[in-house]
Every structure is written in C-alpha cells, then in structure tokens.
Design a protein around this ligand. Structure first.
Ligand SMILES: [Cu+2]
Length: 167
C-alpha cells in the first residue's frame, strides 16, 4: 500500500514536469505564428520591414503562400509586402496580379466577385508592387488571374493579420 502511494506520487511529479515542458514549448511556438489572438507584443525592432512575398520564389503559380506567410510572420502594422512577378511578354505564359478578397469565405473559395484589384499584370515588374499593411484588419491576398484558378489551384493566396507594435 505504502509503496503504491509512493509510486503514484512519483508518477504525478513526472506528469507535472511533462505538462509544464509541453506548455513552455507551446508558448514558444506561438511566438513564430502569425495567428496570435492578442495583437500586442513586445518587439525590439520597431522599424517597419519590407518583405518580398514568397522570398526568392517571388509571386508565381504553385507555391504555397499560406505556408510561407505562417513561417515568415508575424507582420506588423507599417510593414510592406512586395509582390514580384514578370509582366506579360512573349515568353510569359501566365501573367499574375494581386487582389484583396473581402473576407475569409471568399478567401477559402477564391471567389473574386467582391475582390479589389490592387495590382494588375504589369505592376509586379522591376522592384515589384509594394503594399503597406496600414490597418489592423485581416488581409486576404490572392492572384486574380484565370478567374480564381491561380488562387485555387495555384495556391496563390495567403492571409495576413498585422500585429501592433507595443513599444
Ligand atoms: Cu497568378
């Protein structure tokens, strides 16, 4: 009887240690995601940054931009997203563009009906098209070409919820 009490005591200690380790791990992970329910965060580098969407991949068909945004966020108010894509020419078979979709449902469906075009097929050349995250709101970016086909089948879409600098 005494030994089994001792045993369950030990088990409890192990459980507590395991659970707290897990909790710390989860909190650490949260720091790297874009989807923090609390918009304020301590942040040393308060200079707005300029980020090329997709990094060296730029803005093209078939790259997972939602995944890219999750891994490269969080983004902050005042940050600039740069969309780079070739304007149409003799060799470019698939021109691109940038649209803002109005809400999560249209984002899921790649429904362009109420979307706002923010950059046409020619604006991604050179230094690229720059978009500043000015408002504290979710942004749903998508390529609008081929009536949503690039968005749906080419995964040319991603959400951004900018955070607010606390310092
Ligand atoms: Cu496209």
């Amino acid at each position: 009887m005494a030994s089994s009490l001792l045993f369950s005591g030990k088990l409890l200690v192990i459980l507590v240690v395991l659970v707290s380790t897990f909790a710390i791990g989860t909190m650490a992970n949260k720091e790297t995601t874009n989807w923090n329910w609390w918009p304020y965060r301590n942040h040393n580098a308060s200079q707005p940054k300029k980020v090329v969407v997709g990094g060296s991949e730029n803005w093209h068909f078939g790259f997972n931009y939602t995944d890219w945004a999750l891994k490269n966020g969080p983004f902050y108010l005042g940050d600039t997203l740069v969309f780079k894509y070739d304007p149409p020419n003799g060799t470019t078979t698939f021109p691109h563009s940038v649209y803002l979709l109005p809400h999560y449902w249209s984002f899921l469906k790649c429904d362009l009906k109420w979307a706002r075009k923010i950059a046409d097929v020619n604006q991604g050349g050179g230094e690229g098209f720059e978009f500043v995250l000015r408002w504290w709101q979710p942004y749903y970016f998508a390529c609008g070409e081929r009536n949503g086909f690039h968005c749906q089948n080419g995964t040319m879409k991603f959400p951004v919820m900018p955070l607010i600098h606390w310092d």
